[in-house]
Write a protein that binds this ligand. Structure first.
Ligand SMILES: O=C[C@H](O)[C@H](O)[C@H](O)COP(=O)(O)O
Length: 232
């Protein structure tokens, strides 16, 4: 029996083969992206020349420990390729991300990249997005009003919704790298991710949400039977 962590590693290593010398890379966040970063570190130590822009403080720490040269979007506003995990993806390469709270920087990094490859074990590929609650990053100011506005948007879209403010492991409010809060929004099956994306983005107080639409160019999915690629 292959563990889901082993499958994540297989997906990460398959994507690593797409990395070429000289590339400017966006480095994703999460356990699957960590496998990629460790694999990339090994290749850098073997002489590969790349520079990475990390999408979270945790990723930056791991990438530094792996000896991967790092930069920022201020110095490198255009990247060649981002490799990142996802909490869910569908066959049209629409994603839910942000389970680890890194969605804002991940989306900025992905949008600055010519290509984004999603790496995932087979359990992440779903027919309809929404079993995984959608992370919505919100400013602390007016969080009650912002939460009510998210509920109103769901009502207008005729979607049920349960909103939960994310807590950190020790019970205090979760705070993102950008200093914001996360509201996890369970909408049930998201039949129209584009409409939901637009509705959430229009709410003052919503800094970003975890629907990534039109950003991924390919996904590598690892299942016990083998690796498969989805291409946009
Ligand atoms: O904020 C976290 C990121 O969006 C992750 O890429 C996502 O949660 C997937 O994480 P994992 O690879 O650990 O399943």
């Amino acid at each position: 029996m292959i563990s889901s962590d082993e499958l994540k590693k297989q997906a990460a290593l398959a994507a690593l083969e797409k990395v070429e010398d000289g590339m400017k890379l966006g480095l994703g966040s999460g356990s699957t992206a960590n496998h990629f970063i460790r694999g990339l570190g090994a290749r850098v130590r073997d002489g590969l020349s790349v520079v990475g822009v990390p999408s979270s403080e945790r990723t930056a720490t791991l990438a530094r420990a792996e000896g991967i040269p790092l930069s920022t979007l201020e110095d490198l506003p255009r990247l060649d390729l981002t490799i990142d995990g996802a909490d869910e993806l569908d066959s049209r390469l629409r994603l839910i991300k942000g389970g680890g709270g890194a969605l804002l920087r991940e989306k900025i990094v992905a949008a600055a990249s010519g290509q984004m490859i999603v790496i995932a074990d087979g359990s992440k590929l779903v027919e309809t997005l929404g079993a995984f609650p959608l992370p919505v990053e919100v400013n602390h100011f007016g969080i009650g009003a912002t939460t009510a506005a998210i509920a109103d948007a769901a009502l207008r879209l005729e979607m049920p919704v349960t909103l939960t403010r994310r807590l950190a492991a020790h019970g205090s409010a979760f705070v993102t790298d950008g200093g914001n809060a996360i509201i996890d929004a369970s909408f049930g099956r998201i039949r129209d991710p584009e409409a939901l994306s637009l509705a959430l983005a229009a709410i003052p107080g919503v800094v970003e949400h975890g629907l990534f639409i039109g950003l991924a160019s390919a996904a590598v999915i690892a299942r016990p039977e083998g690796i498969s690629w989805l291409v946009a």
